[in-house]
Design a protein around this ligand. Structure first.
Ligand code: HEC
Length: 163
């Protein structure tokens, strides 16, 4: 009886050990690849970096909508206020600890987008031609599309963080 108990105990111990090794291997593998299943380049970040980044992303979307709406209303003051916040100010506000994780292609598209908003703010503060602004917005949104098609963010498993 004791012998059978020991065998059952041993069997479950081995099962537990092998499944945790399998999990660890899976984590390790996924932490070392840099292409996702949808074929985008993965940028590994911490949970709080992801929260910060995606919060800015949602602000960009809200700003794009507000600029569209305000331009159609010929409300250039609102266009300027909204666009200015998304411009160089936001670009400079991104923490270095995060930007150093960005690949080269990503680094090109980010500033291009913010400078696009800055240019919209400048146009609204000067001539304020809404057709020009709508064209600028349509053009800068190509950078949103290009970046989303190429990159994604994953949260790095805690035990694998090296910095
Ligand atoms: C330099 C790259 C880059 C640019 C430029 C960019 N994004 Fe993003 N955006 C990302 C990445 C990466 C994600 C996360 C995608 C993922 O992990 O699946 C994201 C996610 C988002 C999300 C989802 C937010 C959430 O809460 O999940 C929104 C909305 C968004 N972006 C809007 C925009 C808009 C609007 C623009 C242009 C005005 C833009 N982005 C420009 C890289 C970019």
């Amino acid at each position: 009886m004791r012998f059978i108990k020991l065998k059952v105990w041993l069997f479950s111990a081995i099962l537990l050990l092998s499944s945790s090794i399998a999990y660890a291997q899976k984590d390790f593998l996924s932490a070392s690849v840099n292409k996702s299943a949808d074929n985008r380049v993965v940028i590994w970040v911490t949970e709080s970096e992801r929260v910060l980044f995606l919060t800015e992303m949602r602000e960009l979307l809200m700003a794009s909508q507000a600029i569209l709406e305000a331009s159609l209303d010929d409300d250039m003051d609102r266009v300027e206020t909204v666009a200015r916040k998304m411009g160089i100010k936001m670009l400079k506000g991104t923490p270095k600890s995060l930007t150093k994780k960005f690949p080269a292609g990503f680094i090109k598209l980010g500033p291009k987008t913010h400078l696009g908003f800055e240019a919209i703010a400048d146009e609204s503060a000067s001539l304020g031609d809404k057709i020009v602004i709508l064209k600028q917005l349509a053009n800068l949104q190509k950078s949103c599309i290009a970046c989303h098609a190429a990159y994604r963010l994953n949260v790095q498993p805690l035990k694998c963080i090296k910095n």
